[in-house]
Ligand binder design. Structure first.
Ligand SMILES: [Zn+2]
Length: 136
């Protein structure tokens, strides 16, 4: 299975999950197992073409796609990724009540990166994205 076919199949599965969720069937055991089975077989058949599955939308993130990792290292597709403005709010909250000196330093560094982005002509609505690499 090539990358385009894998993307199409995984996107269709994501759409199916959305529809099932709207019907309240999303967490039905048999349906859940069937979707996961087809998804896992598609990922296996696609070799290294699939980098990640987006956590919120369950859509495919193919190698070379733009993406983002959350602070908990969960993959997000470009559509689901947080903007600089979204993250600035989180960093500002963390900076006000950090749990540790390390967290305070990280928040300060992140806020400085935000300021640098804006100073360079960037928008709060921009999304800091990376290119997806082969899944490990
Ligand atoms: Zn997504």
């Amino acid at each position: 299975m090539d990358a385009a076919e894998a993307r199409a199949r995984l996107s269709a599965l994501s759409d199916l999950e959305t529809k099932l969720s709207e019907l309240g069937l999303h967490w039905n055991g048999v349906v859940r197992e069937a979707i996961d089975d087809v998804r896992n077989r598609t990922i296996a058949d696609a070799g290294d073409a699939v980098a990640h599955i987006c956590m919120p939308c369950c859509g495919p993130i193919m190698v070379g796609d733009k993406m983002q990792f959350t602070t908990d290292a969960e993959p997000l597709c470009e559509a689901c990724a947080f903007s600089w403005g979204d993250m600035r709010e989180q960093w500002a909250q963390t900076a006000q009540a950090p749990a540790s000196e390390e967290e305070a330093a990280e928040a300060a560094a992140s806020l400085a990166a935000y300021v640098a982005h804006i100073d360079a002509g960037g928008s709060p609505d921009d999304k800091p994205l990376i290119l997806a690499e082969v899944m490990r």
